[in-house]
Structure formats: structure tokens, C-alpha cells
Design a protein around this ligand. Structure first.
Ligand SMILES: Nc1nc2c(ncn2[C@@H]2O[C@H](COP(=O)(O)OP(=O)(O)OP(=O)(O)O)[C@@H](O)[C@H]2O)c(=O)[nH]1
Ligand SMILES: [Mg+2]
Length: 253
């Protein structure tokens, strides 16, 4: 079971990620994975209802509603069982759909009691609004708050640090500029937790730039870990052309 934790401010695109993943999986649109089961179909259906029109190939501009939580203590966990085509391995993943306020309260007042379950997540997605990063007036604030969030996560998971993926949405506005990427990278480098940047577009307004669901499979691959390669039975010993095998022989000793 791979527990995935998902944090991010309101409107950053957390629910959209989940809806997009569910729609891709359930419609057989992932290259490397097939759908095996879900113990929380109604949960997915609830959050995906607004996105039904997507099946016709024309995603609506807005595919989600602001996430509200009836019970402050019990985040609803969504579950997916997937089969990886490369090695036929079945993996179970759980993903919570949390309201952005929980992340905001964690950053502003380090309230973490209701995020206790995040401590056992193997992978954590820190979802960042790609629109805010692209706009000059909101960029610095978004980067600074991401750094603070990373710091809080580091403190919460000291015993067992997760793999962290900084998930930048709105890839449908084009690739993130190198200077923005560098600044994001510099902020991440200030912390002990390592994090990788993944760009996605759960829903795309302009499908000439990228399709709805862009980057979701890469996010899944990065979250679950690479397929273990089958060892080669008879390893090849043929020297590669021009490698000067004779001169190189034992020159390292
Ligand atoms: N064009 C475009 N729209 C996106 C993208 N990601 C998210 N959105 C839209 O951004 C809005 C907010 O996304 P949500 O997934 O609801 O945000 P959230 O993080 O769940 O927000 P809260 O539930 O309030 O915490 C929705 O209207 C999404 O359709 C993207 O990559 N491209
Ligand atoms: Mg939401």
C-alpha cells in the first residue's frame, strides 16, 4: 500500500489532480497502468461529477468544487488499485482530498494535529498553483510559502521522511520558465528534504499546448517508484567498439 499525502493551498489544484487521475485510470488512458479496483468509487464519483463531460473529450473549464470537510478529524481517503503493465505488479494507493485551509493552517500556525496520518505517507505531493507562480505579483509569495510548507513537512516527518514531489499545475499555460524553476529549486534546496518538481495540467484550457491530464502519469510513476528491472541472465561481455578494452584492462587497480 502506497500512502500518498497531498498538501497545497486552496485552489492550487489538489482535487483536480485526483479527478484527473481517476478519469485517466477509469477510461484506460494511461500507458503503463490499468485499473484493477477501487474501494472508494463513490468518493471518486462525488468529486468527479462535475467532470463527467470530459468523457466526450471536451473538458469543462472547471472540473472541481472547493473541497469542504464535514468532519474535521477524518479526511476521506480515496483508494485505487492499479496494475503496472511493465511488471504486472498490483499497487494499492490511497490519496486524501483535503481542503486547502488545512495546508494554510499548517503553514500559518503550524496546526498539524489533523494531519497526523501524513506522517506515514511514502510520498507527499505539495501542489502549487502554477498560475500564481507565473504571475509576477504572486510569484514570490507562492515560492516563500512553499518553502515554509516544506519546512513544516520536514518537522512533521523527521522520523520517516517521505519522498516529496512539488507538483506545479497549469502546465497548459506552457512550460514553467527556467528562471522560475531555478528560484523554486533554490527555495527547495534551503531545506533538508529533497523534492522533485513535476509539472501537470489536470485539466487543460488550451489543448494545443497540452492535453488534459498532462503529467499525471509521470506523477504516478514518480510516486510509486520505478519497476524493478529483471536481471539479465547472461550478461553480455562483448567489448564495445572503440572502448580500448585491452589498454583499459586493470588500469583502475
Ligand atoms: N486550466 C487549468 N485549470 C486548473 C489546473 N489545475 C486546476 N485547475 C482549476 O483550478 C481550480 C481549482 O482546482 P481545485 O482542484 O478545486 O483546487 P483545490 O486545491 O482542490 O482547492 P481547495 O479544495 O479549495 O483546497 C479548478 O477550477 C480547476 O479546474 C490546470 O492545470 N489547468
Ligand atoms: Mg479541493
Amino acid at each position: 500500500m502506497t500512502g500518498i499525502g497531498i498538501l497545497g493551498e486552496s485552489n492550487s489544484g489538489k482535487t483536480a489532480c485526483l479527478v484527473s487521475l481517476y478519469l485517466l485510470v477509469s477510461n484506460g488512458l494511461l500507458e503503463g497502468w490499468t485499473f484493477a479496483n477501487s474501494a472508494s468509487l463513490t468518493g471518486f464519483e462525488d468529486i468527479a461529477r462535475a467532470a463527467r463531460a470530459w468523457n466526450d473529450g471536451h473538458p469543462p473549464d472547471q472540473i472541481t468544487l472547493h473541497t469542504e470537510m464535514a468532519d474535521d478529524r477524518q479526511p476521506g481517503l480515496l483508494h485505487l488499485r492499479l496494475k503496472r503493465k511493465s511488471d504486472s505488479r498490483r499497487v494499492d494507493i490511497t490519496l486524501p482530498d483535503l481542503p486547502g485551509e488545512w495546508t494554510e493552517a499548517l503553514v500559518k500556525s503550524s496546526r498539524s494535529d489533523r494531519l497526523e496520518f501524513m506522517r506515514s505517507a511514502e510520498t507527499v505531493w505539495l501542489v502549487v498553483d502554477g498560475k500564481a507562480l507565473r504571475e509576477l505579483s504572486t510569484r514570490q509569495g507562492a515560492i516563500t510559502r512553499l518553502g515554509e510548507l516544506l519546512g513544516r513537512l520536514e518537522w512533521m516527518t523527521k522520523e520517516c521522511p517521505p519522498k516529496v514531489l512539488v507538483v506545479v499545475t497549469h502546465r497548459d499555460k506552457g512550460e514553467l520558465g527556467q528562471s522560475i524553476r531555478d528560484r523554486l529549486g533554490a527555495e527547495i534546496a534551503k531545506r533538508a528534504l529533497r523534492a522533485e518538481i513535476v509539472e501537470i495540467a489536470p485539466v487543460a484550457e488550451d489543448e494545443t499546448i497540452c492535453k488534459s491530464g498532462f503529467g499525471i502519469e509521470a506523477l504516478l510513476d514518480a510516486s510509486v517508484g520505478a519497476a524493478s528491472e529483471a536481471p539479465e541472465f547472461w550478461a553480455s561481455t562483448t567489448p564495445t567498439e572503440g572502448s580500448r578494452a585491452y589498454l583499459g584492462y586493470r588500469s583502475d587497480r
